[in-house]
Design a protein around this ligand. Structure first.
Ligand code: GLU
Length: 355
């Protein structure tokens, strides 16, 4: 009896593959979306068949959504081996890949590769209604929760403040994660907080429902200038009705991407990409966080800021979303060395990179 048990355990340990997805705080959207992704791509041993209501993922794969501080932390976690894949804002992924902006002076991570673009995130500037904060410019002299180091939100907040001509000495920056920022706003310890997050954000929902908070717009000349110089950002709006008592609010958007490292096993990433986009998983993606519905195969390659992983590329070629590279009959003697798909040019900001 005990012999059988040991054998079974050994087989389990050998066959099962764990796959950790770095996400964000439990008050954000990355975490619930990461959990949906994990469910879609997992198929633990003993699962019922997919068409009988069982898991529809990759055989013997157990994926898990792991909490983190956000995009920057996720990339650091991915390259250090804490995560097997990560969710990241398009801007942070691009800067990490190229080793510039917030990654200046650190190592560049040219090994970053994309599985898919997921959905747009909106910059939410939540403000106390009683303070009359109508724009970013009104944050001068205020106490602002900017999120913790490791988050994409903190990086974007400082960038936006700078674009609006607000120096770090012009306001009180308070480094609080999303959960702590909610409490601080509710208790009157801060006046405003930034959340770069796919809507509806549970944090903003909770705050709006009190009737004491609204969202301030991020628009006008300074916002447009930011978009022109950083082409990862686009202008958009949080629509009317998303949050209690909040109208249509113009703001900035940035894409959320799902990334891995170049050395992730090609066959595994192919299987994961295929399972993720399988029709059998559509209902699952539609039934969780609202953003799950906006995750669409048609937009999987939109605005990618790092090259596709070869396994993901194989899937997109198979379904006709991208063309396989053309094979020329005669090698061109004047052509430079073939450096493969890693030679993708991402030097141009915001450029869609698919090869
Ligand atoms: N975009 C945020 C960040 O990187 C995280 C958003 C979320 O958790 O949904 O800091």
């Amino acid at each position: 009896m005990s012999f059988l048990l040991i054998t079974a355990t050994a087989t389990f340990a050998q066959d099962v593959k764990l796959f950790r997805i770095g996400t964000g705080s439990t008050a954000g959207t990355y975490y619930p979306i990461g959990a949906l992704i994990a469910s879609a791509i997992s198929r633990p041993p003993g699962s019922a068949p997919c068409d009988e209501g069982g898991a529809c993922g990759v055989d013997n794969l157990i994926a898990t959504a792991v909490t983190s501080r956000g995009s920057f932390d996720n990339i650091e976690g991915l390259v250090s081996g804490r995560f097997d894949s990560a969710l990241s804002q398009a801007d942070i992924a691009a800067w990490a890949y190229r080793g510039d902006h917030v990654f200046t002076g650190k190592k560049a991570y040219p090994q970053l590769r994309a599985i898919a673009n997921l959905y747009p995130e909106h910059v939410h500037l939540v403000v106390r209604r009683d303070l009359g904060i109508l724009s970013v410019s009104d944050l001068r002299g205020k106490r602002v929760a900017i999120d913790r180091p490791g988050s994409g939100t903190r990086i974007n907040t400082l960038l936006i403040m700078n674009a609006f001509g607000i120096e770090p000495t012009d306001f009180e920056a308070i480094e609080l994660g999303p959960e702590a920022a909610i409490t601080a706003l509710l208790e009157g310890e801060v006046d405003a907080a930034f959340f770069v997050v796919g809507y509806p954000s549970v944090a903003v929902t909770e705050l709006a429902e009190t009737g004491r908070f609204t969202i301030a717009p991020i628009s006008g000349v300074a916002a447009n200038q930011l978009i022109l110089t950083n082409r990862f950002y686009t202008a958009g709006a949080v629509p009317l009705g998303v949050y209690h008592g909040v109208g249509t609010i113009p703001t900035l958007l940035v894409g959320a991407q799902w990334i891995v490292q170049q050395d992730a096993d090609e066959e595994l990433i192919y299987q994961i990409t295929r399972a993720f986009w399988a029709d059998s998983n559509r209902e699952l993606l539609n039934s969780g966080h609202v953003k799950g519905r906006q995750i669409r195969l048609q937009t999987a390659l939109d605005g990618l800021t790092v090259p596709l992983h070869p396994g993901a590329r194989r899937f997109y070629e198979e379904v006709g979303l991208i063309q396989p590279p053309q094979v020329t009959a005669e090698p061109d003697p004047d052509a430079g060395p073939v450096t493969g798909e890693a030679a993708a040019d991402v030097s141009e900001q915001g450029k869609t990179v698919t090869d």
